[in-house]
Design a protein around this ligand. Structure first.
Ligand code: GAR
Length: 209
């Protein structure tokens, strides 16, 4: 099994989705560490209760490089082969990213390349888009910019607010991330049902009217 370290800053529902998917007997990855820059992140208690090693330390009062070096050290000590960012709300230093080239994924709540950065749902609504969605991509030094592995479009419905859309996109994220991570860590060795699913999800952006 591929060993995955997950970085979170908040609720950690995507981490939970990765964790529960990993309980399937034929899941090709396992979580070896859930780490956070926020010692209050609710996801930490859940991971600990599920028997996953956790580590948290506030980044406050430290340089980005020094904090990232600590995280890197903990990931390697835990034996991680891969890193999955799951609502990790910190910009990563170039050195950290370089240490996990082609071994680090992120989930972002938009149909990349649209709406990198923050406030993705409000920006999609304000633009009059018919779809929001989520993307899993390989992490490169530029923010939210690496190769997209899989996406799920989520229809925007009349009356949607950033909050209602975010909640629905979250459901899509929970389906997409475990499948994309499993396919990524196994490459061609992924079970057919997973590869088929990721291929089906990695569709082009929906066409506008
Ligand atoms: C998710 O929607 C994720 O896509 C987003 O934060 C949320 C975390 O939720 N990530 C980003 O915005 C990264 N810039 P979770 O803590 O419940 O998984």
């Amino acid at each position: 099994n591929a060993k995955v370290g997950v970085l979170i800053s908040g609720t950690g529902t995507n981490m939970a989705a990765l964790l529960y998917a990993a309980k399937a007997a034929d899941c090709p990855y396992e979580l070896v560490l859930v780490a956070s820059n926020n010692p209050e992140a609710p996801g930490l208690a859940l991971a600990a209760a599920e028997g996953i090693a956790t580590w948290a330390q506030s980044h406050k009062g430290m340089s980005r490089a020094a904090f990232d070096a600590l995280v890197d050290e903990r990931l390697r000590a835990a034996g991680a082969d891969y890193v999955a960012l799951a609502g990790y709300m910190r910009i990563l230093s170039d050195d950290f990213v370089a240490g996990w080239t082609d071994r680090m994924l992120n989930i972002h709540p938009s149909l990349l390349p649209l709406y990198k950065g923050l406030d993705t749902h409000q920006r999609a609504i304000d633009a009059g888009d018919r779809f929001g969605g989520c993307s899993v991509h390989v992490v490169t030094p530029a923010l939210d910019d690496g190769p997209v592995l899989a996406q799920t479009p989520v229809a925007i419905v009349p009356g949607d607010t950033a909050e209602t859309l975010a909640e629905r996109v979250r459901f899509a994220e929970h389906q997409l991330y475990p499948a994309a991570l499993a396919a990524f860590v196994t490459r061609e060795r992924a079970p057919d049902w997973l590869l088929g699913r990721v291929r089906a999800l990695a569709m082009a952006l929906p066409e506008a009217d």
